[in-house]
Design a protein around this ligand. Structure first.
Ligand SMILES: *Cc1c(COP(=O)(O)O)cnc(C)c1O
Length: 370
């Protein structure tokens, strides 16, 4: 079996974890948490990092910290994970969707501009699959209209846009450390910002809004989204290897691209744009033939014990949102197409070159038989 994702944990993960056990520091009070927060924040040119339980929680905390709520609109891509839309909806605000670009699979400033209304409060910028959203026009647009930017950089550890780290853009940025991300803590997430007051609000929100003076007296509702010392221990050890991991992923992307470049039926990920080189969070591809759906190819690859995943299913085609009266009769053709014809192949950190060869040759055989 070639799993779709297998993490690599052969740095100092075991050593740091043992330290947690040996010292008895296993909760969020342990020293690795602050160390991970400050090291991670520094790596993305941010002054403050607030570690949380996962990337979804990071988005919820970011939205709440920016005081987005009833009557506000937040522009988000339709082609993303549900965490983005859920965070906006749970805050009582309205998610407003934009389609993806057909080549980069990312949202664009042009599409966002068309959706701005007097109620728009923020843009949630979500970088997809390893190539960042082009930030220059997005930042200019936000500045022109006085909008906040929440940057969801969950798939962008170690990536840059115009030479600046992803996670450094806008008012607040979020990360996930799920095992399929470039660095993992098992489950985990982080909010980063340069604004001290915002960082303090995030810390309070992740810790049930306990107060220093009167601990069990609450002015606001928060969550228990605290990261444990054991997760932070893993994160710190992973962070030490980030550069190697990014190089490794780029090498995987290059190998897949070379092996599949002559397959006319496949649209492969862009290796680079004027503002970034792909870090291939996953190696995704889209079938060009409109009569074949990705699920067919995935089933065939599965018979050969090769793990795959479909692309995101668009937010405007989610029954849960239709039941809430959201996105009824909305249509975003690019997201609809890539959701049906897109899939990704094994691209975890532990993947070997010979496995990539096997995946590519099996995929070519399956496509030749179509
Ligand atoms: C993974 C991911 C999340 C959610 O992170 P979890 O840690 O799984 O909750 C949010 N946004 C994007 C873009 C992601 O890829």
């Amino acid at each position: 079996m070639i799993p779709v994702n297998e993490p690599l944990l052969n740095g100092k993960e075991a050593e740091y974890l043992k330290e947690c056990i040996d010292t008895g520091w296993i909760s969020s009070e342990g020293p690795f948490v602050k160390q991970f927060e400050s090291t991670f924040a520094k790596q993305v040119n941010r002054e403050h990092g607030v570690a949380v339980t996962n990337g979804t929680a990071a988005l919820e905390v970011a939205i709440a910290a920016l005081e987005i709520g009833e009557g506000d609109e937040v522009i988000i891509p339709t082609f993303t994970i549900i965490s983005c839309a859920a965070a906006v909806v749970r805050a009582g605000a309205k998610p407003v969707l934009v389609d993806a670009d057909a080549i980069t699979w990312n949202m664009t400033a042009e599409a966002v501009e068309e959706k701005i209304t007097p109620r728009t409060k923020a843009i949630m910028v979500v970088h997809i699959f390893g190539l960042p959203v082009e930030m220059k026009p997005m930042l200019a647009l936000a500045a022109k209209h006085g909008l906040k930017i929440i940057e969801d950089a969950a798939q962008m550890h170690g990536q840059t846009c115009d030479g600046m780290p992803c996670g450094s853009f806008g008012d607040i940025s979020t990360f996930s450390f799920y095992p399929n991300k470039h660095i993992t803590t098992g489950e985990g997430g982080m909010v980063v910002t340069n604004d001290e007051a915002l960082a303090e609000r995030c810390k309070s929100l992740r810790n049930l809004c306990f107060q220093n003076e009167k601990r069990f007296y609450h002015e606001e509702l928060g969550w228990n989204y605290r990261m444990t010392n054991m997760q932070a221990a893993l994160g710190l050890a992973q962070l030490e290897q980030l550069e190697d991991f990014v190089n490794k992923k780029r090498q995987m992307g290059k190998q897949y691209s070379e092996l599949l470049e002559n397959v006319d039926e496949l649209q492969l990920p862009l290796s680079s744009t004027s503002y970034a080189n792909n870090i291939y969070w996953v190696f995704g591809m889209v079938l060009k033939d409109l009569s074949v759906e990705a699920s067919h190819i995935q089933q065939e690859l599965g018979k050969h014990k090769i793990g795959t995943r479909p692309f995101f299913w668009p937010m405007h085609e989610q029954p849960v949102f239709h039941k809430m009266g959201l996105f009824i009769d909305e249509s975003y053709p690019v997201a609809e197409n890539i959701a049906r014809r897109g899939f990704y192949v094994p691209s975890g950190m532990a993947l070997q070159a010979n496995q990539i060869e096997e995946v590519a040759s099996t995929l070519k055989e399956i496509i030749a038989k179509l």
